[in-house]
Design a protein around this ligand. Structure first.
Ligand code: UDP
Length: 332
């Protein structure tokens, strides 16, 4: 079954890897991206690329009218938690408002299958770890709240007009394509793995550890680093198996918790660099421990991560950063 898939945010980090996975599986992909945070060079050449903004409703409608798509994947969103606290309406406008426009347009053009980029931030500080889908969702920042609001819009749309949608609540997206051709590049960079690799590249002096007094085994925060190619495979499986009228939601992580200290140690092993690390105050809004119970996505979708081991994930990230020390800039 070949699908015509409309992908918003397909030039971003997770989106570009998922687009590639769709193309490899023989699907026909149109990427719709305003390049505000993504890169043209990250977009697979087998796609049709539309430089478009979700806020530009006539352009969105025209693209959907022309494309006659079977399905959509929606990655386009603002993702900076700190910024979302400072400027919440920017997040509600773009993440929620523009998703409502997208849903209206999908409905009007008869597209009734989609996969949505959700997040473990919808749980806030979880009741317990590992996190299962039935735990209470109390997001602690506007970013997480916008993603949860979108999940509600999807669920309500499933009941009202037959949308079939899957919300994939991912944990920490990490790593890069195994062949080193695409990888992670944020402007500005705020994520632990790329920042630590920048130390190995000599681009920064040290990595700051945000908090050493958490109630965790070594005092540093614990996260679940899920490989971006494993995210690509779960998106592909979800879109291929999506039925109309049904809303599904899954936690997507490896199920393994890795502390900040353990992550830095893995980077030392992979790069051979001693990676100076300095204690720093806690970052506001960081829950101590977040890792998934991926049982539901594994049993219902048959998904298996190829990268359960943080070291292998870091190896792919290092391969990308080493060969692209300035991200996509040289390629732009
Ligand atoms: N972190 C850190 N130093 C940094 C960046 C991040 O100690 O320079 C910590 C952060 O507090 C969190 C973990 O690393 O516990 C992962 O942070 P990241 O921003 O990569 O992802 P998040 O978990 O916020 O989605």
């Amino acid at each position: 079954m070949q699908l015509k898939v409309f992908v918003t945010g397909g030039a971003g980090y997770v989106g570009s890897h998922c687009v590639r996975g769709l193309c490899d599986a023989g699907h026909e992909v149109t990427v719709y991206d305003n390049l505000s945070a993504g890169y043209r060079a990250a977009v697979d050449h087998r796609t049709t690329f539309v430089l478009g903004d979700l806020a530009d409703r006539p352009r969105l409608d025209a693209t959907l009218a022309e494309g006659k798509f079977d399905a959509a994947m929606h990655f386009a969103a603002h993702i900076d938690v700190n910024e979302s606290v400072r400027d919440p309406l920017k997040y509600y406008r773009n993440n929620v408002g523009n998703t409502v426009s997208l849903l209206e347009s999908l409905r009007d053009h008869g597209v009734k299958r989609m996969v949505f980029s959700s997040t473990c931030a919808t749980y806030g500080v979880p009741d317990a770890v590992p996190i299962t889908e039935d735990m209470s969702k109390n997001p602690i920042n506007p970013y997480g709240r916008t993603k949860l609001a979108i999940e509600w819009a999807l669920e309500d749309s499933a009941g009202a007009w037959g949308l079939g949608a899957t919300a994939l609540r991912y944990f920490n997206a990490s790593g890069a394509a195994a062949d080193g051709s695409i990888g992670e590049a944020h402007k500005p960079e705020s994520h632990l793995i790329p920042l630590t690799l920048q130390v190995a590249l000599g681009q920064r002096e040290d990595i700051k550890i945000f908090g050493l007094d958490y109630p965790t085994p070594d005092g540093t925060c614990v996260r679940d680093y899920v490989h971006v190619e494993d995210l690509a495979s779960v998106h592909r499986i979800a879109i291929e198996s999506q039925e109309e009228g049904r809303f599904r939601f899954y936690n997507v992580g490896t199920g393994l918790g890795v502390s900040v200290k353990q992550l830095i140690e893995a980077v030392r092993e992979v790069t051979g660099h001693d990676i100076p690390a300095e204690p720093a105050p806690r970052r506001a809004g960081d829950p101590p421990e977040l890792y998934a119970d991926p049982t539901k996505v594994m049993s219902e979708l048959g998904w298996q991560p190829k990268y359960p081991d943080i070291r292998k994930t870091v190896e792919t990230a290092w391969n990308w950063h080493r060969t692209h020390p300035n991200g996509y800039d040289a390629a732009e």
